[in-house]
Design a protein around this ligand. Structure first.
Ligand code: NAD
Length: 361
């Protein structure tokens, strides 16, 4: 082990033990968890690996990739030894690698279930990106694999770790503006679709706006109400049918919650949308944007201001998830969260495929 890594380990040791909520004076054996990223595309390269340089309770120690040309670049940039480099065929051998504690699945959506299972069967904790998988059955398979192997499972819903979003979640329970009547949740961006071969345009790998961005408004509708929807109606819209002939460009869906609460939601690869608005009996509040990497901010009808959180969302998420492992506590966003969303996603596709018929959940 080189001196740089030793230094990082030691500084992590001090930081973790000084910040953990243990009784004063208690000796707290603590270490940084080793994370291996599976899939070195955009999100791993631009967001997760840089964030893992800021985390206190975990660090980047391994990579799993099918692209040999990326290996020397990542090894050099992040000081990753040969022993911690895997491909998708030999990934199961990570079971023998004591320096890797967590495998973070950052692959196309259609591959999450398969590789989460391999990671769990190797005895590693699993962090799995959103959407958890393609359908509820695959989500249950991942949950079962993690339970069988006694490893923890977290889904990469970073918003649930973001402070202003956590305020919205808190308000769903404390109801400072009275009962919620309805909400609007939207997330989308203009996908120029310049690379027609990209998996986000292909159904078998989980392409389309609903899987990619639609889980943000869906998850937001659930956490902002604190309830599970009882029925859904949905439709797809397309402005570029020549591109979006196999996956959805835009999906509009309405969720019905108990007590007549409704959520009007939209996701799109055709326009930039990013907001959450919650209307209550005695006022309303909002986040605009509601799911950007930085600058999530909002306010309320009585003048409260939700200022942007200045930290790194991904580092905060991974530190929360690492602490849950180190302390053997429940994770903030367990597999059941992903499963609940995928159950609704399936109903959304069913409704949209049947001319917007109301589908009960
Ligand atoms: P990407 O296309 O940039 O990266 C995917 C990686 O998977 C690539 O390196 C690619 O080489 C690899 N791969 C392995 N097998 C493949 C196959 N059969 N076909 C295609 N690629 C294959 O995608 P991304 O934007 O990094 O997204 C990866 C995951 O991360 C997705 O599940 C996405 O939803 C999620 N994501 C989450 C956030 C967030 O904010 N939480 C943001 C972006 C992406």
């Amino acid at each position: 082990m080189n001196s740089r890594r030793n230094f990082i380990r030691q500084s992590g040791l001090i930081a973790a033990s000084s910040l953990l909520p243990f009784p004063s004076g208690a000796f707290v054996p603590q270490r940084k968890l080793g994370v291996a990223l599976a899939g070195l595309g955009y999100y791993s390269t631009d967001l997760l690996a840089p964030a893992l340089q800021q985390t206190q309770y975990c660090e980047l120690r391994g990579i799993i990739t099918g692209s040999p040309e990326k290996i020397p670049v990542w090894q050099k940039r992040y000081n990753i030894p040969d022993t911690n480099v895997y491909n998708y065929e030999n990934m199961y051998r990570i079971a023998d690698n004591g320096s890797i504690d967590v495998v973070y699945i950052v692959l196309p959506n259609g591959l999450h279930a398969q590789y989460s299972r391999i990671a769990a069967d190797a005895g590693k904790h699993v962090w799995c990106e959103k959407p958890m998988a393609m359908n509820a059955r695959q989500c249950q398979d991942i949950i079962d694999a993690c339970e069988r192997n006694k490893v923890k499972l977290s889904i990469g819903y970073r918003m649930q770790h973001e402070p202003n979003t956590q305020k919205i979640i808190e308000w769903a329970a404390s109801k400072p503006y009275g009962e919620i009547n309805d909400l609007i949740a939207q997330a989308g961006f203009y996908n120029s679709a310049s690379d027609r071969g990209h998996w986000k345009l292909h159904p078998e790998l989980g392409g389309g706006a609903m899987y990619d961005m639609g889980v943000y408004p869906l998850n937001a509708a659930r956490y902002a109400t604190g309830m599970e929807p009882v029925a859904v109606t949905a439709r797809h819209e397309t402005t570029r049918p020549e591109i979006f002939d196999e996956v959805d460009e835009t999906t509009i869906f309405e969720l019905e919650f108990p007590g007549g609460v409704t959520a009007t939601c939209k996701t799109s690869f055709g326009e930039s949308i990013n907001r959450l608005e919650v209307n209550c009996e005695q006022g309303n509040y909002w986040l605009r944007p509601m799911q950007s990497y930085t600058g999530v901010s909002g306010g309320s009808s009585d003048g409260k201001i939700l200022k942007p959180f200045g930290g790194n969302q991904q580092a905060r998420q991974m530190d929360h998830d690492a602490l849950a492992i180190l302390d053997d506590k429940a994770v903030r966003v367990p597999g059941e969260e992903g499963l609940k969303d995928l159950r609704v996603v399936e109903a959304i596709f069913e409704s949209a495929g049947k001319n917007g018929v109301r589908v009960k959940l």
